[in-house]
Design a protein around this ligand. Structure first.
Ligand SMILES: Cc1cc2nc3c(=O)[nH]c(=O)nc-3n(C[C@H](O)[C@H](O)[C@H](O)COP(=O)(O)OP(=O)(O)OC[C@H]3O[C@@H](n4cnc5c(N)ncnc54)[C@H](O)[C@@H]3O)c2cc1C
Length: 473
């Protein structure tokens, strides 16, 4: 039975009755946490500190049976179902007031078969955990660039990162997934089993069920790679970007770069007199031979008068943590994103102008170089849209606390709006809660309609709606 309860200064929230909770506790191997229990405050939180929601109950699932039992409980009690992998959704989609929160984080096992070059990962794994296991064998799954991001949400949206131009998106290495569907069935999806579901899971997000396990093809990498960053004053942005545009056009797919604009961070490698000054950086990773990487980076690293250069051969797992301190848990985050076809002079002018206006030490932009192996997979082979994108913008208006957040959000919106004549699409994992039309736009009409047909088949009641939602109706 459920009743309502009032939290301090909050609207009335739903509370689950003690007998029902006791039943759930008895059914689960993992922990069940309700408001007022020890650990509730810790486990209700997600990465983005601006999200402050209070689920009715948190089921910290230890395995597939727990997931099924929790889902059944949530449905029987009429609770919205929130599913959390790593909790890194920018808009906080993996938690909700009054929801049954299926917390997959305790399911964090990774199995590596180096001979078969296959890795299995449970749905609560973070990227750093996967890399740590696979890099012991000089192997890797292409994934994202911040080690504390969840593998599940990232994979289900597509997965872009440092080695994608050589090896493709995360979903391009996905061999199979295990899924608990809305009616509690356990199904496998792969090219051979439930292939349409497998298509939809490779970009369609958490719309079709709760993925409990992923199997990936592994690729050789490092473990040492040539990687790092070169920085110039922001006043040089126009010149740096024009040179960068021509340089990357002639580089091999082993190279992946990001252009970053920000205030120089207070890190040990940054000279004290540079900290806080506006800079533009080319950050890169070469997924091949170290010496070849050194030669490829050379022209960019020596362009103009850099104020800092931190390129060096380093373990891939070290490079993967480079951005971790810039995106720590609990700060207030807002992102706007768009793809563009190319870095024309007009795009560069926008970047140069709006980069100069960065005022928060946590705000930044990352401009992702796309293409390579990502673009060589057919447009309709997976549900991921945007294989033809030239570059992807992430414009992050961030603050440590609520203080100044509105101003940073406004900066991000203005930057993004100034790019609007050049928008070609958007990566679904970089959306905030922007409405149904934007989700449709992220997939394109044809792909969205195919996803909607799949949604009707697997989740006609829209049980899984706390996501970038594909509406069944
Ligand atoms: C700091 C940071 C860095 C990032 N870097 C990258 C990057 O390099 N590359 C990239 O591609 N993206 C990146 N992203 C975006 C990232 O892919 C998404 O935020 C993604 O949703 C994170 O996954 P998660 O499991 O941590 O998220 P969660 O918040 O746990 O979940 C996100 C969504 O996925 C659903 N979901 C989660 N797990 C499951 C599951 N097992 N089954 C079904 N549905 C599930 C949730 O319900 C929710 O709707 C980054 C995000 C952040 C915050």
């Amino acid at each position: 039975m459920t009743t309502t309860a009032t939290g301090p200064g909050r609207p009335r929230l739903r509370a689950i009755g003690a007998p029902a909770l006791a039943g759930l506790r008895a059914a689960l191997m993992g922990e069940v946490i309700a408001p007022g229990d020890g650990g509730y405050e810790e486990h209700r939180r997600v990465w983005n500190g601006s999200i402050d929601r209070r689920p009715a109950v948190i089921a910290r699932c230890a395995g597939v049976d727990d997931v099924r039992a929790a889902l059944r409980f949530g449905r029987e009690h009429g609770l919205p179902i929130a599913v959390r992998g790593g909790g890194h959704s920018f808009p906080g989609l993996s938690t909700a007031d009054d929801a049954l929160l299926v917390d997959l984080r305790p399911m964090c096992g990774v199995r590596v078969d180096p001979d078969a070059r296959v890795a299995g990962a449970q749905a609560g794994v973070l990227l750093g955990e996967l890399d740590a296991a696979t890099q012991q064998h000089g192997l890797a799954v292409p994934a994202g660039i911040v080690s504390h991001t969840g593998l599940a949400g990232l994979t289900l949206g597509g997965g872009i990162g440092w080695i994608m131009r050589r090896y493709g998106l995360t979903v391009d290495s996905l061999l199979s997934t295990d899924v608990v569907t809305a009616d509690g069935e356990f199904v496998r999806a792969s090219e051979d089993e439930n292939p349409e579901l497998f298509w939809g899971l490779r970009g369609g997000g958490g719309n079709f069920g709760i993925v409990t396990d992923f199997r990936f093809r592994l690729h050789p990498l490092g473990p040492l790679v040539m990687a790092g960053a070169t920085f110039w004053p922001m006043s040089e942005a126009g010149r740096v970007l024009r040179f960068y545009r021509d340089w990357v056009a002639g580089c091999p797919d082993d190279l992946m770069t990001l252009v970053v604009q920000r205030l120089a961070p207070p890190l040990p490698v940054v000279p004290p007199d540079l900290v806080g000054r506006p800079v533009i950086a080319v950050v890169g990773c070469y997924a091949g031979d170290i010496d070849a990487g050194e030669r490829v980076f050379e022209p960019m690293r020596t362009f103009g008068t850099p104020v800092l250069d931190v390129f060096a051969p380093k373990p891939f797992v070290t490079h993967q943590t480079m951005f971790d301190p810039s995106f720590r848990h609990g700060c207030w985050y807002y992102v706007r994103s768009c793809d563009v076809a190319e870095l024309g002079d007009d795009v560069i002018d926008v970047v140069a102008e709006h980069g100069r206006r960065i005022s928060s030490p946590l705000s930044s932009i990352a401009l992702w170089q796309m293409g390579g192996a990502v673009a060589r997979v057919g447009e309709h082979e997976t549900a991921f849209n945007g294989r033809g994108a030239g570059f992807t913008f992430n414009i992050n208006g961030n603050t440590a606390t609520a203080d100044g957040f509105d101003e940073q959000r406004q900066w991000a919106r203005e930057y993004w709006s100034a790019l609007s004549p050049f928008h070609t699409g958007v990566y679904v994992n970089f959306l905030m809660e922007e409405g149904d039309a934007r989700v449709r736009q992220a997939y394109g009409d044809a792909r969205y309609d195919r996803l909607r047909a799949l949604k009707r088949e697997y989740d006609p009641a829209n049980v899984f709606r706390l996501n970038q939602n594909i509406r069944p109706d």
